[in-house]
Design a protein around this ligand. Structure first.
Ligand code: CP
Length: 307
């Protein structure tokens, strides 16, 4: 593996290696504190981010490396019209590895072809967000003890939610996975996920409108934000944004071992009173994201012969 653009580029064995490495980092952080001494991570964020950018930076710092980069397109030469390819080629002269977020689908792939160093997709438009999926998989494995034989419910904006598409693809490779897609009509899971990801593996799934009817059968509930930035029409966003709000009352029918996840940022989808429920895993998910990014940086730099 030279880059990470799409989670499905990782073989199940590579995924296991990353998950096991992250678990080892959690157990033995001191062992990894100097692994990237003298190495530099560039974070090229053309779109806003809190978790992904800062967790990449924290990950590299905890590995003993350094970070450089920008957090908005306006503070880079993209504002003067420089292409993604030229930006990546230039930054590849300064850094050992690049994490890139971009509103255009495919931009990190373009960067990976010319940068000369490993490129990690930190989110491209409504397309993929593979490192969020790594965080999600580690969360599920640690909370449920397995990645197989689970019923995973996705709720909210399943059309634009790139984390939903990536996690569905990743989980569909584990035996016994079942999915429940809960959304309004306008934000249904895209057809390609059903026809190209689920159908070839005969993975069972259902589509529902009502969260309360679906909740009792779930092992994992993955809430998502309605993605305002992907809507063309403000009125549609306002009409749909509060379709689902998870409250303690709605959790009464859920399993005692339910794992409640959310990639964050949250807007209104989860009532803050749910934060005190032991089933709320979304802040653990944030922490696990840092460990998975540490494991990924290590793997890619080793593959590139840079450490
Ligand atoms: N989950 C996630 O991608 O969060 P940020 O947009 O803050 O990076």
């Amino acid at each position: 593996m030279k880059h990470l653009i799409d989670i499905m580029e990782l073989s199940p064995a590579e995924l296991d290696t990353l998950l096991d490495t992250a678990e080892d980092i959690i157990a033995n952080p001191g062992k990894y504190a100097e692994e990237c001494r003298g190495k530099k991570l560039a974070t090229l964020f053309f779109e806003p981010s809190t978790r992904t950018r800062l967790s990449f930076e924290a990950a590299m710092l905890e590995l003993g490396g350094s970070v450089l980069g920008f957090s908005e397109a306006q503070s880079s030469s993209a504002a003067k019209g420089e292409s993604v390819a030229d930006t990546a080629r230039v930054v590849g002269c300064y850094a050992d590895i690049i994490a890139m977020r971009h509103p255009k689908e495919g931009a990190p792939l373009v960067a990976s072809r010319v940068a000369g160093v490993p490129v990690i997709n930190a989110g491209d438009g409504g397309h993929f967000h593979p490192t969020q999926t790594l965080a999600d998989l580690l969360t599920i494995r640690r909370e449920k003890g397995t990645l197989g034989n689970l019923t995973v419910g996705f709720c909210g904006d399943l059309k634009f939610g790139r984390t939903v598409h990536s996690l569905t693809a990743a989980m569909s490779r584990y035996a016994g996975s079942r999915f429940v897609f809960i959304s309004p009509e306008e934000l249904r899971i895209p057809e390609y996920v059903k026809s190209e990801v689920l159908a070839p593996r005969d993975v069972p799934f259902a589509e529902m409108r009502d969260l309360e009817s679906a909740i009792q059968g779930l092992d994992v509930l993955y809430m998502t934000r309605v993605q305002k930035e992907r809507f063309f029409n403000e009125a549609d966003y306002v009409r749909l944004k509060d379709t689902y709000i998870l409250t303690p009352e709605k959790l009464h029918r859920a399993k005692r071992e339910l794992c409640i996840m959310h990639p964050l940022p949250r807007v209104n989808e989860i009532d803050v009173r749910v934060d005190d429920d032991p089933r709320a895993c979304y802040f653990k998910q944030v922490l696990y994201g840092k460990y998975m990014r540490m494991a990924l940086i290590l793997l890619l730099l080793k593959e590139a012969g840079r450490i």
